[in-house]
Design a protein around this ligand. Sequence first.
Ligand SMILES: [Zn+2]
Length: 294
Amino acid sequence: MLRAYTPAHIVFPLPEGHRFPLYKYAGVRDRLLGKLPILDAELIPWELAATVHDVAYLNRWRYGEMSRAEEREYGLPWSVQVVDRARGAAGGTLAAMQDALTSGWGINLAGGTHHAFRNKAEGFCLLNDVAICSHLALREGVVKRILVLDLDVHQGNGTASMLSGYPEVFTLSIHGERNYPFRKEKSTLDIGLPDGVTDLEYVQVLETQVKPALEAFKPDLVFYLAGVDVLSNDRFGRFSLSLQGVEQRDRWVFTWCFGAGVPVVSVMAGGYNKNPEMTVLAAAQTIEVGLNLK
Ligand SMILES: [Zn+2]
């Protein structure tokens, strides 16, 4: 049975005008209510996070002992709730992975925290949910070949770094070449695109570069980071995709995964539109597109 997970029940106060789009988690959940069951995500166990993250790093965040510089690089003021929310986002991906492996599609209405490194938080990312879950799935032997399809507008630098030693994992990132992170890590396949990419150009890249990679690698599990910061008018994106273009992108991905019978875990990743409603609309649309194809 299809269902989704969300950490939207874990909230925390943010300073007025703060750039973190906390609104989008509840917004997407509320928009999808009635379309599928939506469950509160459980907090990922610290021990599981410690299978890929540095334990001293985790403990600093667990007990609020990180430095001001670390806190600044993460981008959110520390609180128990902020850390719990990060654990809930990763817990949602964990539950969604279990769903994907049984029903073909697992849905987390958060996660895709791809800027988290083994021992460093960055860009609102504390725990690398996809790295934690990939490690677990491989260790348990439930899958042999994982593809991380990172279509957030920013490079999945943390994921690329954390999974670089895993030959069973293919990390694929399409991102703005001139956008943050300015020092890129090396994914298995990096597709850096210029500013202002349009719907048509984006879909062409999927057809000509992503499709051959998917077909050659033959994954038995896909993590899909469906960041909607590829939309035009995003505060931190530089692409020019329309809502319809994002719909085409999502349809392309789900059609490929469902058609090939490859379980897919969709996670939300970024979205910071200057019009907050657009972010909510586009992120909810990703799930609606999948529901229409399932
Ligand atoms: Zn992003």
